[in-house]
Design a protein around this ligand. Structure first.
Ligand code: ATP
Ligand code: MG
Length: 266
């Protein structure tokens, strides 16, 4: 079902600041507003829920393994010949401003890429990015097909993702990451699920919520801007994504173990 075919009635009630899940509920509200604005599709809400579940397990904070991935990702952006940031509906609804700031810090343009693509929806996402301060938004015209993908996400802009050597994706499906990798592109994924195909297939996986990770990534890009070429190359070559994913899984395992003990289990 396409977003423009769904009528959404939003009942706005203030979320009390004192609510223990205030931040999570505020983010959820942004998703619902995104649905009403035509940025998000109903399936996007479900994907968000899967993310929330993993965020709960991770402790809803940026963990050390995510910081390591953020450092390698920042170095990769600074070393890339032609980096592009791929934006879907959930990303635009949750962090349009942060995406624009990251784009400005890295010089990587934003490109709209949607699984449930329609003219109305791609325009809605592009407008949200422009309202957030983007001067250029790719992925809304003159699109070509990426080899190895059947869905609408195969459509990319020739001078954008088509030519990119580095693509950053967030809240993304695994087969797209695979297709980008097969075309020889390096992929940075932001994904709360360390077990997802996206997480496993990307070169660098930031296991964190996009709303926390993007501002940190921007700060890291600015911090590393003065680092020499050799240092940047070393940060990238010494990075091991499988080890980072193992650290994320071990973190969840240890955390669940501690929580189980606190509930009285041996
Ligand atoms: P894959 O196809 O890679 O195996 P999937 O089918 O489990 O993934 P998709 O719906 O294709 O999931 O992609 C959504 C992914 O984005 C999920 O892994 C989900 O955990 C993650 N996700 C959802 N919300 C967020 C968020 N706010 N920040 C980061 N990741 C998120
Ligand atoms: Mg999937």
């Amino acid at each position: 079902m396409k977003a423009e075919m769904v009528k959404v009635t939003i009942v706005k009630v203030p979320i009390p600041r004192s609510h223990p899940r205030f931040e999570s509920l505020t983010v959820r509200e942004r998703m619902v507003e995104g649905l009403a604005e035509g940025l998000v599709v109903p399936e996007g809400l479900i994907a968000h829920g899967r993310g929330e579940c993993f965020d709960y397990l991770l402790g809803e904070e940026t963990q050390v393994f995510a910081l390591k991935a953020i450092r390698a990702a920042a170095a990769s952006f600074l070393l890339a010949r032609k980096p592009v940031i791929s934006v879907n509906g959930n990303m635009a609804a949750l962090c349009a401003r942060e995406l624009v700031e990251l784009s400005k810090a890295t010089g990587a343009p934003l490109e709209v890429n949607l699984f449930y693509r329609s003219r109305v929806r791609e325009q809605a996402v592009a407008s949200a990015l422009r309202r957030a301060g983007a001067n250029v938004v790719l992925g809304v015209k003159a699109l070509e097909s990426l080899r190895g993908l059947e869905s609408m996400r195969r459509l990319v802009e020739a001078e954008g993702i088509g030519e990119a050597d580095l693509v950053m994706v967030g809240i993304e499906d695994g087969d797209r990451v695979e297709a980008l990798r097969r075309l020889g592109k390096r992929v940075i994924a932001v994904d709360l699920n360390p077990l997802s195909r996206s997480a496993l297939k990307a070169n660098i996986t930031i296991v964190d919520n996009v709303v926390r990770a993007l501002p940190k990534l921007k700060v890291e890009v600015e911090r590393l801007r003065k680092a020499g070429l050799k240092n940047l190359q070393k940060l990238v070559s010494s990075y091991d994504n499988r080890r980072i994913l193992a650290e994320a899984l071990n973190h969840i395992r240890r955390r669940l173990g501690a929580l189980a003990s606190s509930l009285g289990e041996e």
